[in-house]
Design a protein around this ligand. Sequence first.
Ligand code: GLY
Length: 411
Amino acid sequence: MMKSSEIRSTFINYYKKNGHTHVPSSNLIPENDNTLLFANSGMVQFKNSFLGLEKRDYVRAVSSQKCIRAGGKHNDLDNVGFTARHHTFFEMLGNFSFGDYFKKDAIHYAWDVLTNEFQIPKDKLYVTCHISDDEAADIWHRQEGIPKDRIFRFDKDNFWRMGDIGPCGPCTEIFYDHGARAGKESDPFKGIAAGEDRYVEIWNQVFMQYDETSPGVLKPLPKPSVDTGMGFERLVAALQGQFSNYDTELFAPMLDVASKIAKLDYVTDPEVLRSQKDIFERVSAMRVLADHCRAVSFLLADGALPSNEGRGYVLRRIMRRAIRYGRKLSTQSSFLTPMSESLISHMSDFYPELSTRKNHILSTIKDEENRFLQTLDNGTGILQDEIKKLKSQNQKSVSGETLFKMYDTYG
Ligand code: GLY
């Protein structure tokens, strides 16, 4: 089995071999860019190069970018932990061309790295293109030999934008089929159109052609460019034969810590998870913690601090959600700090900022945990008193006002 560190370096080395400069991930907090709370994709640090506002001394780049998607355009925090591949923090592998190569080479590199370097069988892959992009569909078919019945065309799903404004363009995606055990839909077009879990988008190649200056207003970019977004955790899952990203070696060290502290097994059998609600909930709580531990540790390493507004508020929400789920596993123990310690020891080789800021990360998590657990305990006490009072008055429901106070003030 290829280890995740090897998968990352194989990708980076492939593009280096093909003339790309390896650019380290940027900080999660975008520099001089108020249009985004956090880096949400690999292209963010290159935004001005696409727009023609910044000239770099290379025209091809490759990166593994730290990303956060937590609320807003690209993710829904409440899903995280309950699905196979929603994350707040993830790594995005990408290759970029700033006015250098375009569709032909981009498509060739994508297919070559997936099917030759990573040796993914071709019959596990499907391709999508924008409905207007006959050129890309033609390249897939003529140049790479993909049968036409494995190339599907979509509209909105094949147009990528960074945010409400900024560089954007039509995209071509590659889907990996996890097979019949992962979902009933055997028709790949229908499965992909419906967003079925069985067919997973592992590669998104954006043909950057426009700057969206205000919503709906598209101005051509000075030079057509390429921006690839490849979800690292999804690729690792495909290559390690796992349906859920959480069951890969990337999450295992943290889940082991959670399972030991809770004295509960981390179960992966899909049949058990489908049929036993209590086990599903316990496993989901562990996954919430594992996901959030990564977001929290990387955000703290990059200088965010929990607070009540803006970026700090998002960080605080993620931390508090993790702490709440930790309480479902054990009312006595703390999970986030030891899990973060494990993450730091496993990921610092590639992201040394984690070990550099280790003390700060761990002490901030501990402080927030202590403060929030105190708040939760106070809230629980107040709620119990309220319920006692209502019972004595023979009332059966708690007022919306009380519930809002519980949520808003007492977490
Ligand atoms: N920038 C391409 C993506 O995020 O998928």
